[in-house]
Design a protein around this ligand. Structure first.
Ligand SMILES: [Zn+2]
Length: 109
């Protein structure tokens, strides 16, 4: 566990994000998984790669499915659920509790 990486990661699972670079630029999607050790995220419907599935039994056909490939966290921007804009987020510590807030509207997100 790398504590530093975890505290730097401002994106959480189920967040809505905007892709700001790469082939899926300007698309939005939901975070499926955060890989803190690599600082990458998996986003629903973004950065899809074809994956060949082997047939489970002989005689069946293999399938091609599209699965999201990890995208570096610096390529996405959080969409604030309160003001619905792609924003920067920060952390505040108040009364010993750490929470994330939107730098645009100031609300806890
Ligand atoms: Zn906001």
């Amino acid at each position: 566990m790398n504590y530093k990486n975890i505290t730097n990661m401002k994106i959480h699972k189920n967040d809505q994000v905007l892709v700001i670079s790469g082939k899926d630029r300007a698309k939005t999607g939901k975070i499926l998984r955060v890989l803190t050790s690599e600082n990458t995220v998996l986003i629903e419907g973004i950065n899809l790669k074809k994956k060949h599935l082997k047939p489970k039994r002989s005689g069946e056909k293999g399938q091609i499915v599209q699965v999201p490939a990890p995208l570096h966290a610096s390529n996405v921007k959080l969409i604030c659920p309160k003001c619905a804009k792609a924003v920067k987020s920060g952390y505040k510590i108040e009364k010993g509790k750490k929470y994330r807030f939107c730098k645009k509207c100031g609300q806890e997100i």
